[in-house]
Design a protein around this ligand. Structure first.
Ligand code: FES
Ligand code: FES
Length: 155
């Protein structure tokens, strides 16, 4: 079936089997491999993207459900000149990653978190990131990064 949507502001169209997941559309058909697959069962959050203004796990929705949607992936969050999004910069500054596998999903979830909960406390940040798993960092520096980005975005 033909799926038409916008990804990072660009209109895209792909001919995919009806059971294609959004993450497969992104990675296998559009070659946008920044969105990772950690579990395929909607538990780890590595596949998080923003669709129509809300973060979603792209392994948990069909590409067909995204007909006409506006999707933002990790490839689309930096400025066109390459300047990192404040959340990306904060993850870098605060060492909010080690192997980096969870990072695209963490960044996308954090962008969504700070958009919808700009005043989130540390406890709320921890709770709102519950759907994203990291095997490396112990989460402390991830939370610090979100707090730094929060301060930057409010400045
Ligand atoms: Fe989607 Fe783990 S790959 S939640
Ligand atoms: Fe390795 Fe999070 S940095 S899984």
């Amino acid at each position: 079936m033909q799926v038409q949507l916008k990804v990072n502001g660009q209109a895209v169209s792909a001919d995919v089997p009806p059971n294609t997941l959004l993450v497969q559309l992104l990675r296998e058909h559009l070659q946008m491999t920044g969105t990772h697959v950690g579990c395929d069962t909607a538990q780890c959050g590595a596949c998080t993207v923003i669709a129509n203004g809300r973060s979603i796990k792209s392994c948990n929705v069909l590409a067909a459900q995204m007909q006409g949607a506006e999707v933002t992936t990790i490839e689309g969050v930096a400025s066109p000149d390459g300047t990192m999004h404040p959340v990306q910069a904060a993850f870098k500054d605060c060492h909010g990653l080690q192997c980096g596998f969870c990072t695209p999903g963490m960044v996308m979830s954090s962008i969504d978190l700070l958009k919808h909960h700009p005043q989130a406390s540390e406890a709320e940040i921890r709770e709102l990131l519950e759907g994203n798993l990291c095997r490396c960092t112990g989460y402390q520096n991830i939370v610090k990064a979100v707090q730094q980005a929060q301060a930057t975005l409010q400045a």
